[in-house]
Ligand binder design. Structure first.
Ligand SMILES: [Zn+2]
Length: 297
């Protein structure tokens, strides 16, 4: 594996910015996160729009027909966010961003997409703000050049990665690990390892469970690449999460992931984050990125 680049590989496109969609929860976080990081020393990469055949690595023809034409149907409306040409373009670009970040991670050891982690998306329908399953699309895209790539998904968003778990359930070269609030959205699918958390859980218990379960992952699977969905919605002041993690607790979570299998390349995706004050969500994501940058350094 090549050395971690000192400047850190970050992926962003102005197309991610949906700040003027006031009806979309936390839509402005992508631009705000970029603003938070843009004066620091990072190496920036801009993705294009993902090609239709790339999306077809995961999604059905019928679904893509609805989605790409921004058509509100039974399959798209479950995203519970509006659909129009600009949103389609934003999600397609974010998906290409995850692919680009995965390729950069393989080369440099670590890369971050400033959007993505749409883990509630299934092959034939959208769900929970997620139109395209960028993680699984990126995995299948990488397998075209790295045939036997073994991939671990560490999903620490407060909501279970149901779409990702379902899409990868018969893939012997993947391992899905999801730690999430039990009594919350969505209807759960089976991951390789699920950890159901009680509502109102605090830092100490959460961190102890994370360490113990990562040790289990280590004993069961040896990945070549890790996708880390670092949801900020585990934060105590999140409007869609019921855990009680503090910002320092989340930073410790990220240090545990940073120090887990440091020799394995890692892609970080922000996934969810809907704090009452959007700046809290942005601060959490930015801190995760800065902490992970210490990985393998
Ligand atoms: Zn979430």
């Amino acid at each position: 594996m090549s050395k971690l680049s000192k400047s850190g590989e970050l992926v962003y496109s102005p197309r991610y910015d949906l700040s003027d969609y006031k009806q979309v929860l936390s839509a402005e976080k992508f631009k705000l996160l970029y603003d938070e990081l843009k004066y620091e020393r990072w190496s920036w990469h801009t993705p294009d729009v993902a090609a239709e055949e790339t999306l077809a690595l995961v999604h059905t023809k019928a679904y893509l027909k609805d989605f790409l034409s921004a058509h509100l149907s039974d399959h798209t409306l479950r995203a519970e966010v509006p659909i129009d040409k600009r949103i389609v373009e934003a999600v397609r670009t974010a998906t290409q961003g995850t692919i680009l970040a995965a390729e950069l991670a393989v080369r440099h050891g670590l890369a971050v997409n400033l959007s993505g982690g749409f883990h509630h998306s299934f092959a034939e329908h959208a769900e929970g703000f997620c139109y395209l399953n960028d993680t699984v699309i990126a995995i299948r895209h990488l397998r075209q050049t790295h045939a036997l790539l073994k991939v671990l998904v560490i999903d620490l968003d407060v909501h279970q990665g149901n779409g990702t778990a379902f899409l990868l359930k018969d893939d012997p070269l993947s391992f899905t690990f999801s730690m999430h609030e039990k009594d919350n959205y969505p209807a759960k699918k089976q991951s390789s390892l699920d950890v159901d958390l009680a509502s109102f859980m605090r830092d100490a218990e959460y961190l102890q469970l994370l360490s113990a379960n990562l040790a289990q992952v280590r004993s069961r699977f040896a990945p070549d690449l890790i996708f880390y969905l670092a949801g900020a919605d585990v934060y105590k002041d999140d409007t869609l999460g019921g855990l009680e993690l503090t910002m320092d607790g989340i930073a410790e979570r990220d240090r545990i992931v940073r120090d887990f299998m440091p020799e394995v390349p890692l892609v970080m995706l922000p996934a969810g984050g809907y704090a009452r004050q959007i700046i809290d969500t942005v601060k959490i994501h930015a801190r995760t990125i800065r902490i992970l940058h210490g990985r393998a350094a």
